[in-house]
Design a protein around this ligand. Structure first.
Ligand SMILES: [Zn+2]
Length: 302
């Protein structure tokens, strides 16, 4: 474990954040019970452009995602989790989301969990947020749209993704031992893992992709993918668990059942927009003002 002294508070927060991904379960045993086997709105799913219901929507807002902050990475035995320092709220809003969702953690799945037209890409990153109406993830899990997860898919290229370098350096330090926490050696901006174009995305109602598979997630899967090299991808397969190397950590796709998948963008022809959608657009901008004012006043003291 390599931890800079300035990361002590962040480490404490990491320990306090509910370990929604932790627990006694494995990817190799498909005996997940409860909502995992009985739910009708499970994730991940196969996303198909031709059946996605097209809807015009205002762009997603990634609040304070560009700000470089202290971050650390934890091997929790099921994935590696990035936690970022939050003296200003790092959050998402707008883009059809009903409220402001604060970032809790960023974690990785190798290979990807969501497939596009049945095609599986090598890596998927999940930005897990909870609605600020609720105190934390644990409370938010009781509500259908309590959590908002933004998923980014990665495709393999020849070139190294330089934004991933500090994350993978920390991963190498934490890979061997479950519970190891490693501070990133330089400040990290969550936006470093997003594609430049974030204005087109799939949207559907679903669940956590790990036990207890709670159906409390409004999913946003960005349409544009991010490049990563083969050598960088291989580093994820060096992550160790109590049951040996974690060769893959994705859940198979689940039945869509009666759900609708939306393909949302800000530049579609507007034939579906309703008065209520306009109202949400207005509210989503108003709700952003509070954390922005709070953050600018906090900035004077840090
Ligand atoms: Zn995940």
């Amino acid at each position: 474990m390599h931890l800079a002294p300035s990361s002590l508070l962040l480490m404490l927060l990491t320990v306090l954040i509910p370990e929604i991904l932790a627990g006694d379960w494995h990817y190799s045993e498909e005996q997940w019970t409860g909502q995992c086997s009985e739910g009708k709105k499970q994730s991940p799913i196969d996303l198909q452009e031709r059946i996605g219901k097209r809807e015009r929507v205002e762009p997603l807002i990634f609040l304070h995602y560009n700000r470089p902050v202290q971050a650390n990475l934890t091997n929790n035995g099921h994935t590696v989790v990035l936690n970022v320092e939050q003296y200003c709220e790092v959050a998402v809003a707008a883009g059809g989301l009903r409220g402001l969702y604060q970032l809790d953690e960023i974690h990785f799945h190798w290979e990807a969990e969501h497939t596009i037209d049945k095609k599986r890409l090598p890596l998927e990153v999940h930005f897990v947020h909870h609605n600020i109406l609720y105190n934390n993830i644990t409370q938010a899990l009781f509500y259908e749209q309590g959590l908002a997860v933004v998923a980014v898919l990665f495709h393999e290229t020849e070139q190294v993704n330089t934004n991933m370098v500090p994350v993978l350096e920390a991963l190498e330090e934490s890979a061997d031992t479950v519970g190891d926490i490693t501070a990133l050696t330089s400040p990290f901006s969550p936006s470093a893992l997003l594609p430049d174009d974030r204005n087109s995305f799939f949207r559907y109602q679903g669940s956590l992709t790990t036990p207890p598979c709670t159906e409390a997630v409004i999913w946003t899967v960005l349409h544009k993918t991010v490049p990563i090299s083969k050598l960088q991808l291989e580093k994820f397969r060096t992550v160790n668990t109590t049951a040996g190397l974690l060769d893959a950590n994705f859940r198979p796709t689940q039945p869509l059942n009666s759900r609708t998948v939306y393909l949302m963008s800000d530049n579609l022809i507007d034939d579906n927009e309703t008065a209520s959608a306009q109202k949400f657009k207005c509210w989503s901008y108003i709700i952003l003002i509070i954390p922005m004012i709070l953050c600018s006043s906090l900035r004077q003291y840090v």
